[in-house]
Design a protein around this ligand. Structure first.
Ligand SMILES: [Zn+2]
Length: 324
């Protein structure tokens, strides 16, 4: 499917040799528009070669109401509570189908409740809302694609805003599946680095091309998410970006799920993520039996164990702090 070419320059490592070109389609909403990507022959970063002139039209209002119905919102609430607290039978059932490992990874970080936490590209603040319910007192979210600001509570405010306009001292700056949506990778992380208070950490959750899912599904891989994802980092390229931005990578946590399999299988069959027969919108009408989803999760667990999962979380600390 891909062919080698020397016409692209890797944004991460400058390599121009043996970069492999791919055509990927918009599949979340089933727009089916074509986009060119290439995989760097040196650092392995998969990247969007030619961004669309108007990226905004790939973030329609429904992008932020993927869980639109009232029932879906309740289900998500129960699922998120289960993910964070490991309690609740109904939440556990929703979690089994639509797991959210990120909340578990976040809880494992054991940030103090007084931590000043900034979530960059937070959407409507799903993760911050969970932290607010569990005692965190200083939470702020920003997302440039939001229609307007949202005041959730006195301890949580969400602004339509880009990172480069932010100020302040933050103990934690999170990118929960948002860094891959930003074209200026090093600049963005450098800015985050400058906004950290002494002892602060940057917490980054991203999809990764260093995965079985990319190798197996290629442009049908759900987390490629053309054209919204500018960069699908390899383990090597995210390390390069972090270092260029002044960070040291302290930990990589594997957190991929059954989603990488069932959603990519759907893309192979031309079924968009939001299609009426998608497991995402209607699990009961989808092509996958419950048993199949469980089998995919077992496979995902195996990928995570062998460092080949398609979603990872990284803890970055300012490199300068290593020596002080
Ligand atoms: Zn490269």
């Amino acid at each position: 499917m891909g062919n080698a070419t020397n016409i692209y320059r890797c944004e991460i490592c400058d390599n121009v040799t043996a970069n492999v070109r791919y055509k990927a389609r918009e599949m979340m909403f089933g727009m089916y528009d074509d986009f060119t990507y290439f995989e760097c022959g040196a650092c392995g970063c998969l990247q969007l070669a030619t961004p669309p002139a108007d990226m905004g039209c790939y973030y329609p209002p429904s992008y932020y109401s993927l869980s639109g119905s009232k029932m879906a919102r309740v289900a998500n609430w129960l699922r998120d509570e289960y993910a964070y607290t490991k309690t609740g039978i109904l939440g556990r059932m929703v979690f089994a189908l639509f797991p959210k490992f990120g909340l578990q990874t976040i809880k494992q970080q054991q940030w103090p409740q007084s931590a000043r936490i900034l979530d960059v590209g937070c959407g409507t603040g799903a993760i911050l809302r969970v932290l607010a319910r569990h005692g965190y007192q200083y939470l702020h979210g920003i997302d440039p694609y939001l229609a307007q600001d949202i005041t959730v509570s006195s301890t949580l405010r969400i602004e339509k805003r880009a990172l480069d306009t932010m100020t302040g001292d933050w103990d934690v700056i999170m990118f929960n599946h948002s860094l891959e949506h930003i074209s200026a990778q090093v600049e963005t992380l450098r800015h985050a680095c400058r906004l950290l208070a002494p002892g602060g950490v940057c917490f980054v959750r991203i999809p990764t091309a260093s995965s079985f899912a990319w190798e197996h599904y290629r442009t049908d891989w759900v987390n490629m998410d053309a054209p919204r994802h500018y960069f699908l980092h390899s383990h090597k390229s995210i390390n390069l970006v972090a270092a260029q931005a002044g960070f040291h990578v302290n930990a990589i946590v594997q957190e991929s799920s059954a989603f990488q399999f069932w959603a990519s299988e759907q893309y192979q069959r031309g079924i968009s993520l939001m299609a009426p027969v998608s497991c995402m919108t209607n699990p009961l009408r989808s092509a996958f039996a419950w048993r199949q989803i469980r089998a995919y999760q077992v496979q995902a667990d195996e990928m995570n164990r062998t460092n080949r999962g398609d979603e990872i979380a990284l803890v970055l600390t300012p490199a300068a702090a290593q020596h002080s």
